[in-house]
Ligand binder design. Structure first.
Ligand SMILES: [Zn+2]
Length: 422
């Protein structure tokens, strides 16, 4: 394919993706009933529902403004060949590929970080603050950003260096070696995430002895879950929103509960949430996701190896000469329709896994307690009670609350079961 066709294809994909995403967001916004639907009685109060509507609406317009700006900049740069111009300019300044590649991505990342900062500040200190979620202060906020950036530079820089080094030494055969490196890397991150990365941002403490710990240990014993580590994370340092998650593999697996969860939930509810996390473990969701991720990265890298050396791709981004970083960027944009579809599949699988973990919690712990915990979680986090099904398909890794309650098939959720059967 010639550079001109590739140029139009890239503009077309980037534009269509933006339009489609906003169509989905708009569908989701206008789909919401202005009064709480009758089937939601008992899940939350009307007042809470209205507050949720205002919260979601505010985020919609905020997101629209931000993405319009980002899209405008990206599209203009593509349209006028800005990325190619930058790469050509850097090639006249530096002779080695290392300096060219890292200065190119460094400039883009610095620019997008600076551009994103006011939005991030507004989201945290204006919107989250207004709805009573924000607990962070400017100091923690800025340190978080700084640590995140440094982590990105160290990890991304090291992986990026290996990636480009393999390309320049092995040419098209690089993909299989880099795949092995990235597989090893994702395994290490999976195993050590809670030991190495999380403590940079949060304090993890073992769940202290007491009624809750005893209840969780009794439950673990009853389902033969080899429990070594239950941790509490100081999520309250930043937000009032509550959560829980499972992390790690083998002996290093951990269940992490937010301290915000411990404040507001009963022992039964917390055991049910814990049982849901154990469900993810028992159903082998983490290794399955890991294997899928590995297959996916093998396919992507293989495809990439076909496109890295074609000068037409660099030319499509406006460059006079071939540059590896431009080809990589153009590849990402050309394959965005494919990653869009992959994302659809990933979200679907993730929602199936959530149903399975819920069913496991119902079977081994207490379905009613799980239901009340889920209701509390979505009320407290002002989750969208009535998202548009298409929006859910593309963006939700967890099923909406009403579907989770219906799937639990408790007597009290019979109205939901009929709602979803119709
Ligand atoms: Zn889950």
């Amino acid at each position: 394919m010639d550079a001109q066709t590739l140029y139009y294809a890239i503009l077309c994909f980037v534009g269509l993706q933006f339009l489609f995403n906003h169509y989905l967001g708009w569908l989701n916004l206008t789909h919401k009933p202005s009064q709480m639907p009758p089937w939601a009685t008992g899940i939350m109060e009307e007042e809470q529902y209205q507050k949720g509507l205002r919260y979601q609406q505010e985020y919609y317009y905020f997101g629209l403004f931000q993405e319009l700006l980002y899209f405008g900049i990206q599209f203009s740069l593509l349209f006028w060949g800005g990325f190619g111009y930058l790469a050509d300019f850097l090639a006249t300044q530096f002779s080695g590929w290392e300096a060219q590649v890292f200065s190119f991505f460094g400039i883009i990342m610095l620019f997008s970080t600076l551009l994103g900062l006011p939005f991030s500040l507004y989201g945290t200190f204006v919107i989250e603050e207004k709805y009573g979620f924000n607990k962070t202060n400017l100091r923690t906020f800025l340190f978080d950003k700084l640590k995140g950036m440094l982590l990105g530079i160290v990890i991304g820089g090291a992986l990026g260096y290996v990636f480009f080094l393999l390309i320049f030494t092995l040419k098209a055969h690089f993909w299989i070696y880099f795949w092995a490196v990235s597989a090893l890397f994702s395994l290490v991150i999976n195993v050590f995430y809670t030991a190495w990365i999380l403590p940079l941002f949060n304090k993890l403490t073992p769940l202290p002895e007491g009624e809750l710990r005893t209840a969780i240990e009794n439950y673990s014993h009853s389902v033969k879950f080899p429990l070594h580590n239950i941790f509490v994370i100081d999520g309250s340092k930043r937000s009032t929103k509550a959560n829980a998650f499972f992390s790690g593999l083998g002996k290093r697996k951990k269940v992490v509960l937010y301290d915000t969860l411990l404040e507001k939930y009963t022992i039964d509810e917390l055991v049910a949430i814990f049982a849901h996390e154990v469900g993810h473990y028992q159903k082998k969701h983490i290794p399955i996701n890991l294997v899928i991720g590995l297959l996916q990265s093998a396919a992507t890298l293989y495809l990439l190896s076909w496109f890295l050396f074609t000068p037409e791709l660099s030319a499509a981004l406006g460059a006079k000469q071939w540059a590896i970083h431009l080809n990589l960027m153009a590849f990402g944009m050309l394959f965005s329709p494919i990653s869009f579809i992959i994302n659809l599949g990933e979200n679907y699988l993730s929602r199936v896994f959530e149903f399975q973990a819920d069913a496991y919690a119902k079977a081994t712990a207490n379905g009613e307690a799980l239901a009340t915990a889920l209701k509390k979680l979505s009320t407290d986090n002002l989750s969208n009670l009535t998202p548009h099904p298409w929006y859910v398909a593309f963006h939700y890794s967890h099923p909406p609350l009403a579907q989770r309650l219906a799937a639990l098939r408790l007597p009290e959720s019979s109205n939901l079961v009929t709602h979803y059967a119709s």
